[in-house]
Ligand binder design. Structure first.
Ligand code: TLP
Length: 344
């Protein structure tokens, strides 16, 4: 049975050409800062995003958490929307590692609520924690791959800076925001005090994320990475995959977006479901099943038995993600099987 694996864009496997680039990469010891391929990737990303410096880290989680740790003072508050990846899927690390207290606002559509953020900022008072960090996610995963508009992003950064806080961007899929809008990568990260971007999602690298920031911040983040056990040695083998991805995969993300729309077109009229949002803005299709009377778990098991793999996003919510290893035929197969399963 052919499997259509729509669980995540993290499931992509390196292409033969990417593997060749990895095999051919000159390497050194990155803890001694003399791996030429890591240096090439870090230089390339700094230029591409228009920042002073960047740092190669093993994962998006480390990209976010090493950034937060590098900024944080224990007891500071971190303002986040209540669907943020940092809150849902990073094992409580902001509290456990950085001593941050999280303060939420609600943003079911993934778009930061500026008024809510402003109202959560703590006034100067001996009793209060200090608002230390405001974080934004773009594209927003749990909201369905939503692109947070540039003016909203800029307004959040402005609020942070007006209140002596720093702004962090979880830009795991910022590539998709740039691909979907045509607005350059550098515009999306401008003004942030730290940014984490992933090479191992739609970009298709097997491992790796980048932290972006000033030279001074990246120098400190390098120490944090070492403390977190993320100092890698001949990491050029992995960095080469990232360089290959930037050169060859970035301009193909629009195909993933088209396939997400095709998937949505094929299923939106199924009674009892709706898509969040509809149409899907990038490569993530979130399907709400509440009105169908079916649960996420039963639907996921039935789909899996037919070779279509998705993940739960709540008791009655499931997620499909398109990526490089899913072609037009796979999408057509998935549409057929999802229709059969949900109308049975
Ligand atoms: N997201 C994964 C899961 O953890 C949910 C996925 O399948 O989407 N920020 C965002 C917005 C992410 O979506 C992810 C991964 C990360 C950070 C963390 O990246 P990794 O998995 O490399 O630690």
């Amino acid at each position: 049975m052919r499997i259509v694996d729509l669980r995540s864009d993290t499931v992509t496997r390196p292409t033969p050409a990417m593997r060749e680039a990895m095999m051919a990469a000159p390497v050194g010891d990155d803890v001694f800062e003399d791996d030429p391929t890591v240096i090439e990737l870090e230089t390339k990303c700094a230029e591409l995003f228009g920042v002073q410096a960047s740092l190669f880290v093993p994962s998006g989680t480390m990209g976010n958490q090493a950034s937060l740790y590098t900024h944080a003072h224990r007891g500071d508050e971190l303002i986040l929307d209540d669907e943020a990846h940092i809150d849902w899927y990073e094992v409580g690390a902001a509290a456990a590692l950085s001593g941050l207290q999280i303060r939420h606002y609600t943003a079911p559509d993934g778009i930061p609520n500026l008024h809510a953020i402003e109202s959560l900022i703590r006034p100067e008072n001996i009793h209060h924690p200090k608002t230390g960090i405001i974080a934004v996610e773009n594209t927003h995963n749990r909201a369905g791959g939503v692109v947070v508009p540039l003016e909203t992003i800029r307004a959040v950064v402005d609020i942070a800076h007006r209140h002596d806080a720093v702004a962090h961007l979880d830009g795991a899929r910022i590539w998709n925001a740039a691909a979907a809008t045509g607005i350059p990568l550098s515009d999306w990260v401008q003004g942030f005090d730290s940014v984490s971007v992933c090479l191992s999602k739609g970009m298709g690298a097997p491992v790796g994320s980048m932290i972006l920031g000033t030279r001074e911040f990246i120098k400190r983040a390098r120490r944090t990475r070492k403390m977190f056990g993320g100092g890698m040695r001949q990491a050029g083998i992995l960095a080469a995959a990232g360089i290959w991805a930037i050169d060859n995969q970035f301009d193909k993300l629009v195909d993933d977006h088209k396939r997400a729309k095709t998937l949505a077109d094929g299923i939106r009229d199924i009674p009892g479901i709706h898509l969040i949002p509809d149409p899907p803005p990038t490569n993530i299709v979130v399907i709400e099943l509440a009105d169908s009377g079916k649960t996420a778990d039963e639907v996921l098991v039935a789909l899996k038995n037919e070779g279509v793999w998705l993940v739960p996003f709540g008791d009655t919510r499931i997620r499909a993600v398109t990526h490089r290893d899913v072609g037009d035929e796979d999408v057509a197969t998935a549409v057929g099987i999802i229709r059969d399963t949900l109308t049975r």
